[in-house]
Design a binder for this molecule. Sequence first.
Ligand SMILES: Cc1ncc(COP(=O)(O)O)c(C=O)c1O
Length: 467
Amino acid sequence: MTHDTTPTQPATTPAPSAAAAPAPPGGPAASATAAGGAGTRLDPWFGSYAARAHGMRASEIRALFAVANRPEVVSLAGGMPFIEGLPLDVIGEAVQRLIATKGTTALQYGSGQGDEELRERILEIVALEGITDAHPDDVVVTTGSQQGLDLVTRIFVDPGDVVLAEAPSYVGALGVFRSYEAQVQHVPLDADGLVPEALERAIVQARSAGQRVKFLYTIPNYHNPAGVTLSLERRQRVLEICKRHGVLIIEDNPYGLLGFDREPLPALRAFDDEGVVYLGSFSKTFAPGYRVGWVIAPHAVREKLVLASESSILSPSNASQMAITTYLATCDWRGQIKAYREMYRERRDAMVGALSEHLPSASWNVPDGGFYVWVRLPDGLDARSMLPRAVTERVAYVPGTAFFYDGQGADHMRLSFCYPTPERIREGVRRLASVVNSEADLVRLFGTHAEPDDDPRDAEHPSPNLA
Ligand SMILES: Cc1ncc(COP(=O)(O)O)c(C=O)c1O
């Protein structure tokens, strides 16, 4: 049986009304104010918020995730690395030594661009993906790659500008794009990643509609949530198309070193130092708790990023950066990545094995790295409306709608295999299958309730569980 359901969405998807209108002065809240609602009893400052803050709403599935964190629930929802797999005692001792010997620096403010020693070490890491021409000066250390996304969007995107992103795309990036009032145009992907012809069509269509395309946001390796990897041949074509049309590429690559069966493909940035801004992170290959990521950018862009970062956080945490530098210098970080890869491969196998056994009516791709399996539900099922039942049955996942700007994706769900043990994964999939199968029975009896849904709220403010 083939289980390749890599998504194929229309080349350009209509943006939702709230997001499509270029930065409506305030969106829903502004109209409430215009209608005379200058405040509410719950929030007297309602009428004072900036337009962009009115677009910020918590995802309605957030509350469910509070329940999903209970120990009796098998959470296949969060993209949390399995930190228990780290040598915590060794790391703990190293951190203790660090504070005892270099505490006056570690606990002080630092440079806005980030610690130079760490920036040098970061170059050793990206060399594993073919980036060998970068200089420590090209690197900006950020508070996770999430801050990198925020900074890049802040310096490039005006309200109404178009950002191109895969369909589906990372929920946290969509939240950033929305908060800067960008208009996201989804570009389909398939088993080989982003479809180059569709990318070119999207650029041409947006331009001929008079829109400004600011950048392509892409996750080339072990995509979140689709699990696919951009083929080498397509990397060249995506670079060529973006170069020809003058479109900057934002390459977001937190999972690139977590391949199960092969060495990493060269990064897009390895082929182009002018047209690509590269985002990296220690979150998935080491630990997200330090909140350290980085951006590698062309010189002029890098200057703006540093200024933007200084204005929001002054400087990234010295203590975190130095702890990571110590880890890289004193622990076998390559061996740790290898151990993570083996552990995640075993969990991936547990998940796809359990899906084959318990849920043959669904289909899915088999990722060869990363954290995620993207599952297409049997016809007529709606992953979002099914979620409360799943949580009642003590299993959680993220509905596909979270990964689209425009409410598509109800027929998909993202399952993460990174955190639960293989036994828990098998148990979680078994519970999930019983929910899906009884939902499918209901649909057969009473017809579909999977209506197209244009409520994009899931992508607004994801909880860390959605990462
Ligand atoms: C594709 C992608 N980009 C960025 C991030 C943010 O990671 P960080 O912890 O470095 O902020 C995540 C986290 O899940 C992710 O999946």
